[in-house]
Design a protein around this ligand. Structure first.
Ligand code: RBF
Length: 162
């Protein structure tokens, strides 16, 4: 598997997702980007055998809400892994830094609290073009990569707990 652009992953190396349940939480801010990330994630899960009924996709207003949205999915549904998708674009104020720090720390804490994979699919870019490049544009789709990461982490858990 390439390490710089995981969208070009080796299909044969991805385990089957047919028995796995996924939650996806998507921020509505910058939806042109985050909607494409979500579509990539869903398509990739299905391509690797996940069943439609085992994918729960929910939206939250902005990236700052992703942490709690993901916690709700962990707390109130039976999903095995949660894919977190958002896009924060650098503006003129320090808001960018606070949102990025908050979400990164929040997701790290969720991984530990629930002992489940919470996959970090937050684009943090200088401008919209950089984000579009990574949401189905010239640099692949980070939503696809987040989906493959979720499958691989669940397969790792299965392997170690079998
Ligand atoms: N949410 C995003 O997902 N991406 C952004 O780029 C983004 N920029 C914001 C900039 C400002 C100045 C503010 C006030 C909010 C921004 N948000 C952004 C929304 C944020 O994640 C959250 O939804 C709100 O702060 C409400 O908690």
């Amino acid at each position: 598997m390439a390490t710089k652009n995981l969208s070009e992953y080796n299909l044969a190396s991805v385990p089957s997702a047919s028995d796995m349940k996924f939650g996806i939480v998507v921020a509505e801010w910058n939806y042109e980007v985050t909607g494409a990330l979500a579509q990539g994630a869903v398509d990739t899960l299905i391509k690797h055998g996940a069943k439609d009924e085992n994918i729960i996709l929910k939206h939250v207003p902005g990236s700052f809400e992703l942490t709690l949205g993901a916690q709700y999915l962990a707390e109130f549904t039976k999903v095995d892994a949660i894919i977190i998708l958002g896009c924060v674009i650098q503006g003129e104020t320090r808001h960018f830094d606070f949102i990025c720090e908050g979400v990164t720390q929040g997701i790290t804490n969720l991984n530990i609290k629930y002992n489940k994979p919470f996959i970090f699919g937050l684009l943090t870019t200088d401008n919209q073009q950089q984000a579009l490049d990574r949401a189905g544009g010239r640099l692949g789709n980070k939503g696809d990569e987040a989906a493959v990461t979720a499958i691989k982490m669940l397969a790792l858990k299965d392997d170690l707990t079998a």
